[in-house]
Every structure is written in C-alpha cells, then in structure tokens.
Design a protein around this ligand. Structure first.
Ligand SMILES: Cc1cc2nc3c(=O)[nH]c(=O)nc-3n(C[C@H](O)[C@H](O)[C@H](O)COP(=O)(O)OP(=O)(O)OC[C@H]3O[C@@H](n4cnc5c(N)ncnc54)[C@H](O)[C@@H]3O)c2cc1C
Length: 369
C-alpha cells in the first residue's frame, strides 16, 4: 500500500469529510478516507445496541435531523432524497415547560423542512464513503500528518506510527486533528503541526465547544401522553431536548425509542468533575439515571424503559465559526484543507458547506493532484 501514491487523504468520515471526499471523487480525484471510529458519520452516526431480550435497537444519538437554507446544499439534499438516502420527517415540534408541567407552544421552527438520513442519520455518510473513487478505512485513527518537502507529498501515519500511505493533498475534517485538545484526550501531540501556516494555526488554537450527553431509551409500549415527536424543555437544568427516534421515516417500530439531550450546563458540570478522557461506565450510568429521573419528573407518565444508556459528546457543538465566508481553511502550497462545522456553522448544513468549500479548493489545483 505504501508504494502507491493515492491522491488525497481525508481525515474523518463525518458529513464534512464525506461530502468533500465524494465531491472530489466525482471530479476524478482518488480519495482515501480515514476514520478512527468503527463506522462513518461522526456526529451523524447511528448507535446499534441490543436489548436484554436480544432485540436490535438503533438510535440516532447525534444530530437527530437537519434543516437546509443554502441553495447548493439543498441541491445536494434533493439528490440524496431522490436516491432514497434522505427523507423529510413530517412532524411538528413543541416545547415543554418543567415548571407549569405543560406543553407551551406548538411548531417552533417556522416552515423549515426537517430532513433525516434513511434508514439512519449515518446513511448519507455511509453511501458517500462507499462511492466509486473513495476508499474508506474505519477503525484507523490518524496520529500524524507529515509534509515531505523533497517529495512534495504528505505522509499519513496511524496512531501507533505505522505508515498509512503518501498523498498529494490532505483534508482534516475535525478540529482535533490540529487542536491542543487532542493531547488532553490522547496524551499525544495533535496529528497536524501547523507551524508552517501560523495564520491558520492561530485560528485553530482554542475553538470553544459545547458538550452534550445523549440518553438513549427504548420502551415496550408507546409513551401515549406525549403528543409530539420532538420537543425542547424549558426550565430544566438537566434536559434540553427529546425526540422519538422510532417515529422517523424508515425506522423499525418494534419498540418505541426516544433520545434525550442534556443541557450544555449539565454536561459541562459532569465533565468538570470527570475530565475530558472517555467517561467511565459509572459516570455514564449516573448520567443516565439523572437524565431519566428528570424525564420521569414531567407529567408525561414515563414508564420504565426496556433499554437505557447515555453517551457523551464532548464536542457536540462548536461555539465559534472560524473561516467566515471562506467556510474552510486552506494552504495552497502544501495542499491542505481544514473543514468541518466549526469553520462555517455548528450544524449539518454548515458542515456540508465546509466540506464543499474544501473540495473546491482542491479542485482549483486539480492539475497538480
Ligand atoms: C447531540 C447532538 C445534536 C445535534 N443536533 C443537530 C441538529 O439538530 N441539527 C443539525 O444540523 N446539527 C446537529 N448537530 C450537529 C451536527 O451533528 C454536526 O454539526 C455535524 O455532524 C458535524 O459534522 P463534521 O463533519 O463537521 O464533524 P464530525 O461529524 O465530528 O466528523 C469528524 C470525524 O473525524 C473523525 N476523526 C477525528 N480525529 C480523527 C483522527 N485523528 N483520525 C481519524 N479520524 C478522526 C471523527 O471520528 C469523526 O468521525 C448535533 C450534534 C450533536 C452531537
């Protein structure tokens, strides 16, 4: 593998990396995607669990849905929709007040269509990472990206220092690839040393992020007192959002599955006690208990679930957008692009726009790839 010069390496198979990889491949560039996770999707991934009685339970435990306002993104989403990868989730949302213990208003988000991946939020990234011209390697974290000045190539190395190949261009679609936070989490320096581009490095130095816990719940019977399939919580210190995952198009309805999101303040408080490294089972059990208790404290007659598990998203939402109109960072000399929602806006649409911007930068120099 190491003798072959593939063209572009994309680090990360979240929606920004997947869109960038597939756009490059459609324009004739051969791409290798690396992701440290077991499958594609990043914060749009789908979690597979097994209940005590052996049933498969699938949860969109990251982004539950997305909306679109940009015309380029809409064109892409329509293409995915006609290929059956995406469908509109036609439900109304509302808001539940934990003090008055009532739903206080109906539809909150105007007329925006809510889109979901089908059969899971990860299906878009899965398909993009499998298309011709894209080779995808999961369970393969990138530990080092090194520019070889003489060869004018990037050397990509794994977390154990093993060579993953040489590439003419590189796309880093996660800020942790360059952020000092990588060291706090892994104990190693971040894979990409941006000292050759100090004006980019400074932008990436300290991007604030908001964390979130997701609680996955499955019930044998529907929660019949809840009139809505998605709602936010008012006046709760613990919960910010709930949605019925099994009500989305293309999902199994053998059990009713809900996903709750914590407030950012609650997640920050837990992380301040436990640190940034992977949370222990004891921490996740405590979080699951506290989030569920808050849900049961509503007037919504919440029965005992047949399955309950919490997941931590340490960097759920970037709290800054660092690339403004450009939507990605770019160094044309070394052919390195940095993209992701943190470059554009903290949502799926922002990540797509950023992935498209990164692919455009590389396509401008297509002849050199
Ligand atoms: C709980 C939650 C709720 C959300 N709700 C919404 C919502 O309602 N609507 C909406 O539009 N958006 C929502 N979002 C935000 C949305 O999910 C993100 O904006 C979007 O998915 C970000 O995509 P991305 O490609 O920028 O990053 P990511 O999806 O984070 O992808 C980055 C990828 O890079 C990989 N990676 C990182 N470092 C390495 C390495 N060294 N080697 C190899 N791989 C690496 C990671 O494993 C990951 O797969 C939500 C997110 C969360 C967590």
């Amino acid at each position: 593998m190491n003798n072959v010069v593939s063209k572009v390496a994309v680090v990360g198979s979240g929606i920004s990396g997947a869109v960038c990889a597939s756009t490059l491949a459609r324009n004739g560039v051969s791409v290798t995607v690396f992701d440290s996770a077991r499958g594609p999707g990043g914060r749009m991934s789908q979690r597979r669990e097994i209940s005590e009685d052996g049933k498969e339970l699938l949860f969109d435990h990251g982004a539950p849905f997305f909306t679109v306002s940009n015309a380029d993104v809409l064109a892409l989403v329509r293409e995915w929709e006609s290929g059956g990868l995406v469908a509109e989730w036609k439900v109304n949302f509302g808001s539940y007040d934990c003090i008055s213990k009532k739903f206080v208003d109906g539809q909150q988000d105007g007329t925006s269509k809510k889109y979901v991946g089908v059969p899971g939020m990860n299906s878009i990234c899965k398909t993009l990472c499998n298309q011709p011209g894209v080779e995808s390697k999961f369970g393969m974290g990138v530990g080092r990206l090194e520019w070889l000045e003489d060869e004018k190539l990037w050397s990509v190395m794994g977390l154990d220092g093993q060579s993953l190949g040489h590439f003419k261009g590189v796309v880093a679609s996660d800020k942790n690839v360059v952020s000092p936070r990588f060291r706090q989490v892994t104990g190693q320096p971040p894979p990409l040393d941006l000292s050759f581009a100090p004006e980019l490095a400074v932008k990436l130095e300290d991007i604030p992020v908001d964390p979130c816990f997701a609680l996955m719940l499955a019930f044998a019977e529907p929660l019949s007192l809840i009139p809505l399939k998605g709602f936010s919580f008012q006046n709760s210190k613990v919960l910010s959002w709930a949605h019925c995952d099994s009500s989305k198009p293309g999902r199994s309805t053998t059990s009713e599955r809900w996903v709750l999101h914590s407030t950012m303040e609650y997640a920050k408080c837990i992380i301040s006690q436990t640190g940034l490294r992977k949370p222990s089972d004891a921490t996740l059990t405590k979080v699951a208990e506290e989030m569920f208790q808050e849900f049961q404290g509503t007037s919504l007659n919440i029965s005992q679930p047949i399955f309950r598990k919490a997941h931590r998203w340490g960097s759920a939402f970037p709290a800054a957008s660092i690339a403004k109109e450009e939507k990605c960072l770019w160094d044309g000399q070394k052919k390195v692009a940095i993209c992701g929602d943190f470059c554009a806006s903290p949502n799926v649409e922002g990540a797509i726009l950023s992935g498209l911007a990164a692919s455009s930068k590389l396509m401008e120099i297509l002849c050199c790839l």
